[in-house]
Design a protein around this ligand. Structure first.
Ligand SMILES: [Zn+2]
Length: 224
């Protein structure tokens, strides 16, 4: 597994190369945990580090699927946003989909990982290591981003993709519509994040982006 020190006290682990699926270790807080099928290699890679807690950007299977295994292995609590709590605790992420009876939901049951109890619900302004929680609903109701003011680093989960996880093609894009509960609310969240003027943007899917002009341009091109 590729790991990269993005900034002081911030590691990126690419569970699927090249940067197709990422998790981050912010201080001693693991942000996202990948899929059920990548949890063993993630646990192995984390053994060289200190893990004190686990937080989720959202409870889709490719972010929460490894959560139970990681929390059990390191004996750490799991935290997430209120709107994703039920999905995180049951592993049933179909309830987060725009169409809970659609084709994606049928596939979702097969992809899902086990649930895990949520020890703490995170909300706007909460501190996670040296990052601040920002509620960014839209992709899922309880989606969260994490912001470090001191060096203007943003971890934005799936508010935007920087690499298409299906085609593996690099480039900024909105997350898949079939897995996004409310695209227009998600665009509002993207605008809220762009207004912070981040210098480094870290994605669930894709390599970290430092071309801040391109990020700003993309977000301002999104329709309301
Ligand atoms: Zn994702």
């Amino acid at each position: 597994m590729k790991k990269r020190l993005v900034a002081p006290d911030l590691w990126q682990f690419a569970l699927q190369r090249p940067d197709v699926l990422n998790v981050y270790l912010a201080g001693d807080v693991l942000i996202d945990a990948g899929m059920p099928s990548t949890s063993r290699q993630l646990i192995g890679a984390l053994k060289a580090h200190q893990v004190g807690a686990h937080a989720l950007t959202h409870a889709h299977f490719d972010h929460q699927g490894g959560s139970h295994a990681v929390c059990e292995s390191f004996g750490v609590p799991m935290w997430c946003g209120a709107g994703d709590r039920e999905a995180a605790e049951t592993g049933d992420w179909t309830r987060l989909l725009p169409r809970p009876d659609g084709w994606m939901a049928r596939l979702a049951h097969r992809l899902a990982g086990p649930g895990h109890p949520v020890a703490r619900v995170l909300a706007d302004g909460d501190r996670v290591g040296d990052f601040t929680v920002i509620e960014t609903p839209g992709h899922t109701p309880g989606h969260l981003a994490f912001w470090r003011e001191r060096d203007r680093i943003l971890i934005l989960g799936d508010v935007l993709f920087h690499r298409n996880p299906a085609t593996r093609r690099s480039g900024l894009r909105e997350p898949f519509g079939f897995a996004t509960r409310d695209p227009s609310v998600n665009r509002e969240s993207a605008r809220k994040l762009a207004a912070l003027e981040p210098l480094v943007v870290c994605f669930g899917h894709g390599e970290p982006l430092t071309d801040v002009a391109r990020f700003q341009e993309f977000v301002s091109s999104l329709e309301s």
